[in-house]
Design a protein around this ligand. Structure first.
Ligand code: ATP
Length: 354
């Protein structure tokens, strides 16, 4: 539905400053019907990337294709037309304070010259969809933040877009309202098959509703893929800093302090084994222990949930000869379990910690 091809954006120098390269060679595809989350720290280039989709920001080079149409090649009139199929919602809602809820939602249709009866036909179901039928004659100042964003969503849907762009739409809301708005977006995605691209600096937003995620840093995408895969096996250190606080893949601090990065005489290897819902670990682990005559002492374990699928982590201390341990690691991998060496620990220290 949306393809970014070799997309670059450099903002010209301001005053005595240097030009800013906000986007550096972005290649990304968002499939139809997906909720695609883009996460990154402040200044990573998220807003710039999102705003190239409807050409609020013109790329310096490269292309943006929306439903097969190269947005960078359109005339001003064609671009106005194309923008009807791309809705957008904002952190600060961008509502007109002098218009009622109904009139805010109706605005894009009025601007497109749609008649009064047709506007009513379009707006009333949208107010129902976002749960604001009883607020239709209220003004923005009389609404809560969550209600204002519901108006923003209804207004964005008024021109029946194929794509909805969400620019930090929940950043100004409290956690409970954030969850309600995210559920509304997920519901709209399911009911209308709408493709949603959202930018956020909050990993909880990605975890809650996105199917896929791209992590941005310094104008580049440093990691991307299905949310489950990126959360379960983050590769880039920046992805770790986002994911680790919400997916507890780690070990308790008291135990972590007893790990050393290098092997010392008498120490045992400590492994982290990760598994997804379909894989039962304990029969595999006990079979491997028996077969190779080694002990895999479970040190710490837990199960998280990513997008409704269980994701488990076990930290084990491997006690046996080095060849058996190497063979065990291979066998765990053959059984499609994730294995990482966390470090080494002296058994006495471990027992003290447990
Ligand atoms: N109009 C502009 N002129 C010059 N530089 C800009 C402009 N807009 C953004 N930038 C710069 O481009 C880089 C990317 O900015 P962008 O707003 O896309 O990042 P972001 O990831 O959305 O950040 P935030 O989460 O803070 O909004 C930053 O260094 C920013 O200062």
């Amino acid at each position: 539905m949306i393809t970014f091809e070799h997309l670059q954006k450099t903002y010209p120098a301001r005053g005595t400053g240097a030009p800013v390269q906000a986007l550096a060679d972005i290649d990304l595809t968002v499939e139809r019907g997906e909720i695609y989350g883009i996460i990154g720290r402040s200044g990573a280039g998220k807003s710039t990337l999102l705003r190239t989709v409807n050409l609020l920001e013109k790329p310096t080079s490269g292309r943006v294709l929306v439903d097969g149409v190269d947005m960078t090649s359109l005339s001003a009139r064609e671009l106005r037309e194309a923008r009807h199929s791309i809705g957008m919602i904002f952190q600060h809602f961008n509502l007109l304070s002098s218009r009622t809820v109904f009139d805010n939602v109706a605005l894009p249709l009025e601007l497109a010259g749609v008649g009064k009866a047709k506007i009513r036909e379009a707006v009333e179901p949208l107010l129902d969809l976002v749960g604001l039928t009883d607020k239709r004659d209220r003004y923005p100042a009389e609404l809560s933040g969550g209600q204002k964003q519901r108006v923003g969503i209804a207004r964005a849907l008024a021109s029946k877009p194929k794509v909805l762009l969400s620019d930090e739409a929940t950043s100004a809301l409290d956690p409970e309202t954030t969850t309600q708005i995210l559920h509304l977006l997920a519901d709209i995605n399911r009911r209308l098959g709408l493709t949603i691209v959202l930018i956020t600096h909050e990993i909880a937003v990605i975890k809650e509703i996105c199917h896929k995620v791209a992590v941005m840093e310094g104008g580049r995408i440093i990691e991307q893929g299905p949310v489950f895969d990126v959360f379960a096996h983050p590769k880039h250190p920046t992805t770790h800093t986002f994911v680790d606080p919400v997916i507890n893949r780690g070990i308790p601090d008291a135990l972590r302090g007893r790990l050393s990065a290098t092997e010392v005489p008498g120490s045992n290897m400590v492994l982290r084994i990760t598994f997804t819902g379909e894989r039962a670990t304990s029969p595999v682990i006990s079979a491997i222990s028996r077969k190779l005559n080694l002990d895999l002492n479970i040190w710490h374990g837990q199960i998280d949930e990513i997008q409704g699928a269980p994701f488990g982590t076990l930290v084990v201390e491997a006690i046996g000869n080095p060849q058996s341990i190497e063979a065990a690691i291979s066998l765990l991998k053959v059984n499609k379990l994730g294995v990482e060496v966390l470090g080494y620990a002296v058994p006495g220290n471990l027992r003290a910690a447990v």
